[in-house]
Design a protein around this ligand. Structure first.
Ligand SMILES: Cc1ncc(COP(=O)(O)O)c(C=O)c1O
Length: 368
């Protein structure tokens, strides 16, 4: 794919704002390309980051035909940047698109666009420990129509945001409210796709949990309201007796997290056993109370690992590991971030170097 380059500012605030937060600051450039049935994907361009002008009748606003994804570029000790399992992320973007009746993008072209954009904007990568350049690909439906049908025209764009460490100074556990009133996704629905409706539908329940003093919501399966699905916008895992990691199986309503998949591949190499299975919330509460569950944590690109300190369910509250982060979460966090930041060798072939320190060349990916 040839990408047209339009002039854009190279100015980067020095230093970057201290309080970057998550996705509040954006770089100078964005990637865009368009799709129509007659021409397929075309007009690949990297140009200035700017507002989109959209018809108010565009289908994205009425049908919600839109998907997105998220991955990060990490600063390596040698000054170059690492992309982490970026092809797997692109494949998920395509699966989301197909589920929403949208045209997939060419995976290699999408990855190429990310590399070029990151290469041009690498100076925006924050230097603080735990910070990164967040990459947000999006696809939206453009047809000017109020009909409920798949659009014929789409916009695919990619923007970048320097993000701070998810956990400011520490590795503080989050408090989690188990919702038996609202559900996030149902099997056969769109839970496996990264589409805004899943997130919009979670906001009310999350706000209510916040008002009750919790930070995140643990979503149960939509049919029986009994089995654990996900926590907030993360996959979840429970550690039994300090060595056995259990996580819900991907049964159709759960997003296929790249972090989850990486932990499941990494953990056995560190001596942990793993199981992907249905996990009933009653069992979790019982096992947490009697101490068999020694830790619980969320897994996602944003935080990598987010320890869970307590669960609130139907008026009961159960602390996990007395509300503290545990050694398994810490170890997995250190191992995975060590790979992502290029601080340790990558035997899995998950990282791809974008050379920005000297020559502007990218290394091929060894394996997915
Ligand atoms: C609903 C949901 N579950 C899980 C995840 C974790 O996925 P990943 O590890 O690929 O970031 C995310 C984040 O993308 C998410 O939005």
């Amino acid at each position: 794919m040839d990408i047209r380059l339009e002039p854009a500012s190279d100015a980067v605030p020095q230093p970057l704002p201290k309080e970057l937060g998550f996705g509040r600051v954006f770089t100078n450039r964005m990637f865009t390309q368009r799709y129509c049935v007659e021409r397929g994907w075309h007009d690949a361009t990297i140009g200035p980051y700017q507002a989109l002008t959209l018809d108010p009748a565009a289908e994205v606003f009425h049908c919600g035909q839109m998907v997105f994804d998220g991955t990060k570029a990490y600063r390596r000790p040698d000054g170059n940047l690492n992309l982490f399992r970026v092809e797997k992320n692109a494949e998920r973007f395509n699966r989301s698109a197909v589920r929403l009746g949208m045209p997939p993008v060419d995976v290699q072209a999408h990855v190429h666009a990310i590399i070029e954009l990151v290469r041009l904007e690498h100076r925006w990568t924050p230097e603080q420990k735990g910070a990164a350049l967040y990459i947000r690909p999006v696809m939206i439906a453009l047809d000017r129509s109020l009909e409920v049908r798949a659009s014929r025209e789409y916009l695919h764009y990619i923007i970048l945001s320097p993000v701070g460490p998810y956990f400011g100074a520490g590795f503080d556990p989050v408090s989690v409210f188990v919702s038996d009133q609202f559900v996030r996704a149902v099997r056969g629905g769109t839970g496996e796709a990264k589409t805004p409706g899943n997130y919009a539908g979670s906001l009310y329940g999350t706000e209510q949990a916040r008002a009750a003093g919790y930070q995140q919501v643990l979503w149960l399966d939509a049919v029986e309201r009994r089995y654990v699905d996900e926590v907030g916008a993360m996959n979840i895992a429970f550690v039994y007796e300090g060595r056995h990691i259990r996580t819900p199986a991907l049964t159709g309503s759960i997003l296929h997290g790249v972090t989850r998949d990486s932990i499941l591949r990494l953990a056995p190499d560190l001596g942990y056993t793993i199981a992907e299975e249905r996990i009933a919330i009653e069992d979790v509460l019982r096992d947490a109370l009697d101490g068999r569950i020694t830790e619980a944590f969320g897994m996602g690109t944003g935080a990598v690992i987010a320890p869970v300190g307590k669960l609130g369910y139907q008026g009961r509250e159960v602390a996990i590991n007395q509300g503290h982060a545990g050694p398994v979460a810490r170890r997995l966090f250190d191992e995975l971030t060590g790979l992502q930041y290029g601080q340790r060798p990558d035997p899995y072939g998950w990282t791809r170097v974008v050379r920005v320190a000297q020559a502007i060349v990218t290394e091929p990916l060894a394996a997915k």
